[in-house]
Design a protein around this ligand. Structure first.
Ligand SMILES: [Zn+2]
Length: 269
């Protein structure tokens, strides 16, 4: 999600394999979110990528990529399928890699979209105790995973007795850049992990409104109102050398807040 100028350097540093990228989600066309994209695409091509790549973003993202490509006489070894977003949310983006993606509008100085990924459970989990109890065969287990009941002669064992309760599907929402906007709550209700920008500390709330960014407390209030499980804040103004101030401010409103730092991994619970 997003592709700032340092993306490739960080990918090398943290050993993220570029081949594993199949979809790119761009929030908006401000430079700090897209300046890394032309370079990344060129590198993918230099590596001989064949698999098509899907890029989502606001209107203009295709033009931006194609203009860069044309002016630098770049020939890509793979196809790019652009999906430009407009209008109100939620916009269904499809299901990829076991995740269902949606987009929704944020309020920033230019058209901006937030994204949400929801884990989809492809198969049911068979209860190990049921396997023993009913001596399920491998074939039966595979059928139960797909939702089948068991019929053996006259006896019928319903699926509910064979599977564990469905897992609560975890979700991740990515909201940057945006002013404090309760309108987004409808899209991110009970999200497992919310990434929300917090460009400024609370004392610069007026500046945040002016620049259409959020403060620490704005981000935390959105997480609280959405009943999110966890909040990660990021996109800080570079005036802040000590990120602890930002973290502590957010925690006053939403205790389960974490701070985004280069290379830090977060587990989605
Ligand atoms: Zn921006």
């Amino acid at each position: 999600m997003d592709c700032g100028e340092g993306t490739q350097i960080k990918m090398v540093q943290f050993k993220v394999k570029s081949r594993r990228i199949s979809h790119i989600f761009i929030t908006h066309l401000h430079g700090d979110h897209i300046f890394g994209l032309p370079g990344l695409l060129n590198s993918l091509s230099l590596n001989g990528r064949q698999e098509p790549l899907k890029i989502f973003g606001p209107e203009g993202i295709a033009n931006y990529v194609r203009f860069n490509q044309k002016q630098s006489s770049a020939h890509f070894t793979f196809d790019i399928d652009f999906q430009e977003l407009k209008g109100a949310g939620p916009i269904d983006l499809g299901t990829y890699c076991g995740l269902q993606f949606k987009a929704f509008p944020l309020k920033h100085r230019i058209p901006t979209f937030g994204y949400k990924a929801i884990e989809v459970q492809a198969e049911l989990n068979v209860d190990p105790e049921a396997i023993t109890k009913y001596s399920l065969s491998i074939e039966e287990i595979l059928n139960v995973k797909k939702g089948a009941s068991i019929i053996r002669g006259d006896s019928f064992i319903p699926t509910e007795l064979l599977v564990l309760p469905p897992r609560r599907n975890r979700s991740f929402a990515y909201c940057t850049d945006t002013i404090y906007d309760p309108d987004i709550l409808q899209y991110i209700e009970e999200v497992s992990l919310l990434y929300h920008e917090a460009t400024y500390t609370d004392d610069l709330a007026e500046k945040a409104r002016e620049r259409m960014h959020s403060t620490t407390k704005d981000a935390a209030q959105i997480a609280k109102s959405a009943r999110a499980k966890q909040l990660v804040i990021g996109h800080y103004s570079n005036r802040y050398k000590n990120l602890n101030t930002l973290l502590q401010e957010a925690k006053v409103v939403f205790q389960n807040t974490m701070i985004a730092e280069e290379g830090k991994l977060f587990q989605i619970l």
